[in-house]
Design a protein around this ligand. Structure first.
Ligand code: VG1
Ligand code: CO
Length: 543
C-alpha cells in the first residue's frame, strides 16, 4: 500500500456557501483543488481511525472522477469503509438517510443542486455529519480555515474502483461497498406514508406527472411512484439522469420546469404534478392548472400532518427560514406548537431537529422536509402530498383554497437578480443598511415601515450566533420585504428580493400574487435604488 503525501499550496477561495463549496467544473479540475478541500474536511472532522463514510452525488459532470479521488484519499486518511451509491449516485436526502440508517461517521455529497451541470457548468461538494445533516457553521468555518493553511494532502496510489456493480472491493486496507442508491430511501418512505391509500388513489384514475428534470431523482421516482405505488408507466418524465441534465437548469420552479408546467396547465392536465432538483432535495407541487407556493406547501403539510402515519401523533414544532412566508406560523399558532425562524440554508434546522424541538421544516426556495432525515427532501414532499390527497379525496386546488379560507393567505414572491457585479450588489445591501433609521415610521401608501434590521440568529440549542443573514423591512400589517445575497451562485453576485403580503379575507382579495404584491414591489425598488445601482430593470427569475 502506497500512501503519498502530496505537497500543495492553499487556495484562497474555498469558503463553503449556503450549502457546501460550489464552483465551475474547470475550477474543480485545477490540480490539487478538490484534493485540498477534501483534506481540509478530513483534517477538520477528525474521524477516528476505522470510521465509515458515505459517498455519492447527483451524477453531474465530474461526479465519477471526484468519487475516485475521494475514495483514494479516504483510504489514505484512515477510513476503514466507504458506502458509495451505485454509479456514484446518491440523492442528497438518500445520502442523509444512509448516513443515519448505517450510523456512519458522516458523508460527502457531490452536488451543485439546482445549478446547471456540464464541463463548463457547476460542481459542488459538502460534508454531512453523523446526524445526516449539513455540517454546522462551526464545522464549515473550520474547514475553510484549514483550507487556507493546507500544505499537503494524503492519497493512496491505487486503481480506480468499479462503481457500477453492487458489492465490495478494497482500496488499500479500506473496504468500498457499492450500495443500491434507492432501496434504503424507498424503505424509509414506505415506513412514513400510507402507500396502500396512495396506491388506491392512483388505481382509481388519479393521474400524476413527476418531472425528474434528467437529474438524480429519476431512478428514485421510477422505483417508488411507478414501481411500488403503481402510477401509470410514463408518469415519471425526464427520468434518466444525465451529466448535463439535458442542458437544462434542474431547478423545480415555474420557469425552469417548463415541460411539466406546460402539461399541468394544458388542456388534458393530470390531477397532480411535481418536480425535483439536481440532487433531489427540492420540490415543486402543482395541481391541475394550479401552483402551490413552497411557503404554502409547508403550512399545508403542517396543518394536515396527522393524516400521514409518521406524523399521526402530531408535530413537536415547525421551523422555517427567515425569508419563507409566515403561513406556517399561523398553523403553528393554531396547533399551539412553537415555530422557529432560522437563517437560510438547511444546516440551521439540524440542531432543532436533533433536540426534538421541530418535526417539519421548510424554505421558500422549494424545500420542505422533516426529522426523518436531516436534509430537505423532494420526493418525501410529493409522497406527503399524495398521502393527504388520498385521505382527503379533494383536488390540490380545493385543499389549498380551504386552507386560505381558514388561515388567510400570505401572498408571496421572490425576485432574483443573477450575475450582478459584486460591488453593485454589495452597494444595494449597504445602502439599505444605511437607510434603516430614515425608513422606520415612514409610510408608503397603506404600508408603514415598523422595523428594519439585518437578521441575526441565536441558535436555541448551542447558542451560536449567525449575523447579517438578510435585510428585513417589516410593515405594520405584517407584510415584509427582504433583501439577501445568495450563497450558492458561482458567477458574480445574486441578489434576492423576497416579498410577502398577508390578506386575512381571501374572498375580498382573490387576486394573483403579482397583482397583490405590486405595491410592495414598487416600494422594494424605490428604497433599494436597485435599478440605478445594478442597471437591471427586470429580475432574471421570478418565483
Ligand atoms: C439557495 C436557497 C436556500 C437553499 C440553498 C440550497 O440558497 O435560497 O433556501 O437552502 O439554495 O439549496 P441561496 O444562498 O442561493 O439563496 V440546494 O437545493 O442547493 O441544496
Ligand atoms: Co438541491
Amino acid at each position: 500500500m502506497n500512501i503519498r503525501t502530496v505537497a500543495t499550496q492553499p487556495f484562497s477561495d474555498q469558503k463553503p456557501g449556503t450549502s457546501g463549496l460550489r464552483k465551475k467544473v474547470p475550477v474543480f479540475q485545477q490540480a490539487h483543488y478538490l484534493e485540498n478541500f477534501v483534506q481540509a474536511i478530513f483534517d477538520s472532522i477528525a474521524a477516528p481511525k476505522g470510521a465509515t463514510l458515505v459517498l455519492g452525488g447527483d451524477g453531474r459532470y465530474h461526479n465519477r472522477t471526484a468519487i475516485q479521488t475521494i475514495l483514494k484519499m479516504a483510504a489514505a486518511n484512515g477510513f476503514s469503509k466507504v458506502l458509495v451509491g451505485r454509479g456514484g449516485i446518491l440523492s442528497t436526502p438518500a445520502a442523509s438517510c444512509v448516513i443515519r440508517k448505517h450510523k456512519t461517521f458522516g458523508g460527502i455529497i457531490l452536488s451543485a443542486s439546482h445549478n446547471p451541470g456540464g464541463p463548463k457548468e457547476d460542481f459542488g461538494i459538502k460534508y454531512n455529519g453523523s446526524n445526516g445533516g449539513p455540517a454546522t457553521e462551526t464545522v464549515t468555518e473550520a474547514i475553510f480555515a484549514k483550507s487556507k493553511t493546507l500544505s499537503s494532502y494524503k492519497i493512496l496510489d491505487a486503481a480506480d474502483v468499479a462503481l457500477d456493480t453492487l458489492g465490495t472491493s478494497s482500496v488499500g486496507d479500506m473496504t468500498v461497498q457499492v450500495i443500491d442508491p434507492v432501496s434504503d430511501y424507498a424503505e424509509l418512505m414506505e415506513s412514513l406514508f400510507d402507500f396502500g391509500a396512495i396506491r388506491a388513489l392512483l388505481q382509481g384514475g388519479f393521474r400524476i406527472k413527476f418531472d425528474a428534470m434528467h437529474a438524480v431523482n429519476g431512478p428514485y421516482a421510477k422505483d417508488i411512484l411507478e414501481g411500488r405505488l403503481g402510477a401509470a408507466p410514463g408518469s415519471v418524465m425526464n427520468a434518466v439522469p444525465l451529466e448535463d441534465f439535458g442542458g437544462g437548469h434542474p431547478d423545480p420552479n415555474l420557469t425552469y420546469a417548463h415541460d411539466l408546467v406546460e402539461i399541468m396547465f394544458g388542456a388534458d392536465a393530470p390531477d397532480f404534478g411535481a418536480a425535483s432538483d439536481g440532487d433531489g432535495d427540492r420540490n415543486m407541487i402543482l395541481g391541475k392548472r394550479f401552483f402551490v407556493t413552497p411557503s404554502d406547501s409547508l403550512a399545508l403539510l403542517a396543518a394536515n400532518a396527522t393524516l400521514a402515519p409518521a406524523y399521526r401523533k402530531g408535530l413537536a414544532g415547525i421551523a422555517r427560514s427567515m425569508p419563507t412566508s409566515a403561513a406556517a406560523d399561523r398553523v403553528a399558532q393554531a396547533l399551539n406548537i412553537p415555530c422557529y425562524e432560522t437563517p437560510t440554508g438547511w444546516k440551521f434546522f439540524g440542531n432543532l431537529m436533533d433536540a426534538g424541538k421541530v418535526t417539519l421544516c421548510g424554505e421558500e426556495s422549494f424545500g420542505t422536509g422533516s426529522d426523518h432525515v436531516r436534509e430537505k427532501d423532494g420526493l418525501w414532499a410529493v409522497l406527503f402530498w399524495l398521502n393527504i390527497v388520498a385521505v382527503r379525496k379533494q383536488s390540490v386546488e380545493d385543499i389549498v383554497r380551504e386552507h386560505w379560507a381558514k388561515y388567510g393567505r400570505n401572498f408571496y414572491s421572490r425576485y432574483d437578480y443573477e450575475g450582478l457585479p459584486t460591488e453593485a450588489a454589495n452597494g444595494v445591501m449597504q445602502h439599505l443598511r444605511d437607510s434603516f433609521t430614515a425608513l422606520v415610521g415612514r409610510s408608503f401608501g397603506k404600508y408603514v415601515v415598523q422595523m428594519c434590521d439585518d437578521f441575526s440568529y441565536i441558535d436555541p440549542v448551542d447558542s451560536s450566533i449567525s449575523k447579517a443573514q438578510g435585510v428585513r423591512l417589516l410593515f405594520s400589517d405584517g407584510s415584509r420585504i427582504i433583501f439577501r445575497l445568495s450563497g450558492t451562485g458561482t458567477e458574480g453576485a445574486t441578489l434576492r428580493v423576497y416579498l410577502e403580503a398577508f390578506e386575512a379575507d381571501v374572498q375580498r382579495h382573490p387576486l394573483d400574487a403579482q397583482v397583490a404584491l405590486a405595491e410592495l414591489i414598487a416600494i422594494a425598488l424605490q428604497v433599494s435604488e436597485l435599478v440605478a445601482r445594478t442597471g437591471r430593470d427586470k429580475p432574471t427569475v421570478i418565483t
